[in-house]
Design a protein around this ligand. Structure first.
Ligand code: PA5
Length: 377
């Protein structure tokens, strides 16, 4: 179970109202997902993962934002040992990165999981067209179609239509679950299963958090809201395990996109200690006091634990409010709990700030501007 070190009274009536609100929201499908998982879909994910493992040395996961950060976070953190390696593409518009991914696949056997809820996002669309070309060149059109797995909307979008036309195996991003809350759907579960992550344990962890996380998540949300209102406008997530760098990235997206609207929210930043104590440590200790620190306390070795203790004391003395989130185990179950805890805390927190946790009008604004520029040539 995820723990928080806060001795804080919360308004339980308000929490109950917010939870009801989330459960009723048309984008609140993640709220009970771990308890109501579609087992037919789950079985299909495992079956397809096995097929990909049998025939491919690489699975190229193409997607951006919520369509890749969650599964990348877990794969990097847990370092699973499947012989099929995961490669990421379509998460930037850098030609160098795309060429690097194409070269890495080289002549190896590979499959592609293209993930886009809207099916129209530019970054994955460009990368996908290159990898599709490579698949066709290597295997011919018919066999290439058997190596493409599309995770997208059930009914609409360019990717959906292309998948139907070419008979690709499809997985659905549920209508009522947005990108950054989708890691426990096929968006995350297919790449995770291929990588060798125990997805049963992951969902088990998340399911146990559905009830257990409510109180700690609400406490944490109320605390960060109170700090935000006192002009602590930046939250620094601090981890002491370098392999969790992408979990920090997932957190930044989750909180940034959910909360940063109507001129509200707390800016999410992240550090890895002790590494970053030698770059950002000075600022944390003695710089401008507009930030608070949320330590994600993964079970770790004895020496690293001493660093955790030293940081807590030193930063508190330096005038930084330090929150401490305890992770029960460094494995699939622990991360399942942690994902659900943060999703819930983030949604509650955004509601306290009076913003919609589930839309992202700012991201759409950038996408539309870029489309206009591309059309101008
Ligand atoms: O959380 C979100 O909704 C966004 O970050 C999306 O995941 C991201 O923009 C990618 O969108 P799509 O999956 O439609 O390609």
């Amino acid at each position: 179970m995820v723990t928080v070190n806060l001795n804080l009274e919360i308004d339980e009536k308000k929490v109950a109202e917010i939870l009801k609100d989330i459960a009723r929201d048309k984008m609140g499908g993640w709220f009970e997902l771990p308890k109501k998982y579609d087992m037919g879909e789950f079985a299909k994910i495992k079956e397809v993962a096995k097929k990909i493992q049998d025939e491919s040395e690489y699975l190229v996961c193409i997607g951006i934002g919520g369509s890749y950060l969650g599964h990348r976070a877990l794969i990097e953190a847990l370092r699973p040992k499947s012989a099929t390696k995961i490669i990421y593409a379509g998460n930037s518009l850098s030609r160098k990165e795309l060429d690097f991914a194409l070269e890495k696949v080289g002549d190896h056997d590979f499959s592609v999981n293209v993930i886009s809820k809207s099916g129209t996002t530019l970054e994955p669309a460009i990368a996908f067209s290159e990898f599709k070309k490579k698949l066709i060149e290597k295997y011919g059109e018919e066999a290439a179609n058997e190596r493409i797995y599309a995770t997208t909307d059930a009914k609409v979008g360019a990717l959906h239509d292309e998948a139907v036309a070419n008979n690709w195996v499809r997985f659905v991003v549920p209508d009522n679950i947005g990108g950054r809350y989708s890691v426990l759907t096929a968006v995350g579960l297919l790449p995770l299963a291929v990588a060798g992550i125990d997805v049963d344990k992951l969902l088990e962890g998340a399911a146990s958090a559905v009830e257990e996380a409510v109180l700690p998540a609400a406490k944490y949300a109320f605390m960060r809201y109170a700090l935000g209102k006192k002009n602590y406008d930046t939250e620094v997530f601090a981890s002491f395990e370098p392999a969790t760098r992408y979990f920090n990235e997932w957190l930044k997206q989750l909180f940034g996109e959910s909360e940063g609207k109507n001129k509200q929210g707390i800016f999410p930043a992240a550090v890895i200690y002790s590494t970053d104590l030698h770059s950002l440590g000075q600022f944390m200790q003695d710089g401008r006091r507009n930030l608070f620190e949320t330590i994600i306390n993964y079970p770790t070795d004895e020496l690293n634990m001493k660093v955790v203790q030293a940081v807590k004391v030193a930063h508190a003395e330096g005038g930084i409010p330090v929150l401490d989130i305890g992770v029960s185990s460094y494995d699939e179950k622990g991360f399942g709990e942690l994902i659900y805890f943060f999703e819930l805390a983030c949604a509650v927190s955004a509601k306290l700030f009076g913003v919609n946790p589930f839309d992202q009008p700012g991201v759409e604004a950038y996408k539309n501007e870029l489309k206009k520029l591309m059309a101008e040539g």
